[in-house]
Design a protein around this ligand. Structure first.
Ligand SMILES: NC(=O)c1ccc[n+]([C@@H]2O[C@H](COP(=O)([O-])OP(=O)(O)OC[C@H]3O[C@@H](n4cnc5c(N)ncnc54)[C@H](O)[C@@H]3O)[C@@H](O)[C@H]2O)c1
Length: 400
């Protein structure tokens, strides 16, 4: 079986790749029956030469491979018919901008596996860039604080070589006595926590967070059962909340009244209560003045996120009174960092980490008859049709 590491062609260019040269060499060792070829690319974070050094073939034509592996959407004109493809297709939520892409995939008899649909039997995602979003998102929030309050000046992550350097520059920073709230317990939140822990910021329980002030910076991590509660006063249950969050309301305000810097790293499910609304943000006791919204749902659960921001221009301000965008450092504004492609700022580490999980969770399925049904669950299209699991996309591809 021949796997091609394809060139990224989406704009703006994405420097990430599923396998670094070193990780690909590891894959070759673990799967002797697999053949790998690299499509030449001038934008990838690892050069063609770096792959050649490990003895890989780098070429402009990879059309003889069986499985094409990329990161972002493949432009329709570059799809090769009758192949297997892995990439983030951004189609499973019926995103209108990718309807034509999914139609072209069906018309070209392509078997599409989306990185997002690679899940275990319990539905949990097995691979992703979440950790890197968390790392960069937390850093960016701290960077915003430093610039806004004239405390310190951190460089942009994209100007640093790798995670090691990111952590090194943070070693120069001393935070004031702020209270930091981090939502989520998944990959994003773990990445954000890694930054806070690296900085030596102490974690406190939510009981302590809600009842004490401190003479040093602290952070508290909360998940759905803290920031949401049942409306009938009964005790909530996390998995039941995932299934059906109606009957819950926000319990975020007690935290908002005691938090300076909020790092949003949760997943927001449809119909769940908003963490805080525009009205909440106007409340005189609402203390949050800086939000690093890694979850980045627009005009939704984190009301100050009125748009996503860019790596180039990552910060803006939200004025709770006028409910409009203002300068990121305007008086009375909530400073917002809402970059929606954070892992792109750390392409080297993100690529290395992603490849390792792809080796562990996906490649074995090609050689063990898909024993764990990873490919079966992840497959969106086959024989020009949607698979059963994704048949709900039929009206979307038909343009209804
Ligand atoms: N800004 C970016 O560049 C960027 C990059 C990657 C991910 N993200 C976003 O960050 C968010 C978190 O991603 P992650 O990889 O940490 O996710 P994850 O699945 O690893 O963790 C999800 C977290 O959200 C909570 N949650 C709340 N409601 C849930 C529900 N209905 N179903 C599942 N979990 C629920 C879980 O308890 C858990 O703490 C996602 O919304 C993702 O789209 C943003």
């Amino acid at each position: 079986m021949k796997f091609a590491i394809i060139k990224e062609r989406k704009n703006p260019p994405d420097r990430r790749v599923v396998f670094s040269p070193e990780t690909l060499a590891e894959a070759r060792k673990r799967f002797p029956d697999a053949e790998f070829v690299i499509e030449s690319s001038d934008i990838r974070v690892f050069t063609d030469e770096a792959y050649r050094k490990y003895g890989f073939e780098v070429t402009d034509d990879v059309s003889d491979a069986d499985v094409m592996i990329g990161v972002k959407e493949v432009p329709i004109d570059f799809l090769v018919a009758n192949k297997d493809y892995f990439f983030f297709s951004h189609t499973i939520k019926k995103q209108p901008y990718n309807r034509e892409l999914l139609k072209a995939i069906l018309n070209n008899n392509i078997r599409l596996y989306d990185h997002e649909t690679i899940v275990g039997p319990n539905g949990y995602r097995l691979i992703g860039f979440g950790r890197y979003a968390g790392l960069v998102g937390a850093y960016n929030g701290i960077r915003a604080l430093g610039i806004r309050d004239g405390l310190f000046h951190l460089p942009k992550v994209e100007t640093l070589a790798d995670l090691h350097e990111v952590k090194e520059v943070l070693d120069q920073v001393q935070l004031p006595n702020i209270k930091i709230l981090l939502s989520g317990t998944g990959k994003v939140a773990n990445g954000a926590q890694e930054i806070l822990d690296h900085m030596g910021i102490k974690e406190v329980s939510d009981a302590l967070y809600l009842t004490s002030e401190f003479t040093e910076p602290v952070y508290c991590r909360v998940d759905v059962m803290e920031y949401a509660k049942r409306t009938d006063g009964k005790v909530g249950e996390r998995l039941a909340f995932y299934d059906d969050p109606t009957g819950y309301e926000s319990n975020f305000m007690p935290y908002a009244k005691l938090t300076d810097f909020f790092i949003a790293g949760h997943f927001y499910g449809n119909n769940a209560p908003y963490l805080f609304t525009r009205e909440d943000a106007r409340h005189p006791d609402f203390r949050i003045n800086l939000v690093a919204d890694i979850s980045c749902d627009i005009d939704g659960p984190v009301a100050s996120t009125i748009r996503s921001s860019t790596i180039e221009d990552p910060f803006y301000g939200y004025d709770p009174i006028s409910e409009t965008e203002v300068a990121f450092d305007a008086k009375g504004a909530i400073t917002v960092m809402a970059v929606d492609n954070l892992p792109c700022e750390l392409p080297k580490d993100a690529s290395e980490g992603f490849g390792e999980t792809f080796i562990d969770h996906v490649l074995p399925s090609f050689f063990d008859n898909d024993e764990k049904e990873i490919l079966k669950r992840a497959k969106i299209t086959e024989n020009g049709k949607l698979t059963e699991r994704f048949s709900y996309l039929q009206d979307y591809v038909e343009g209804k």
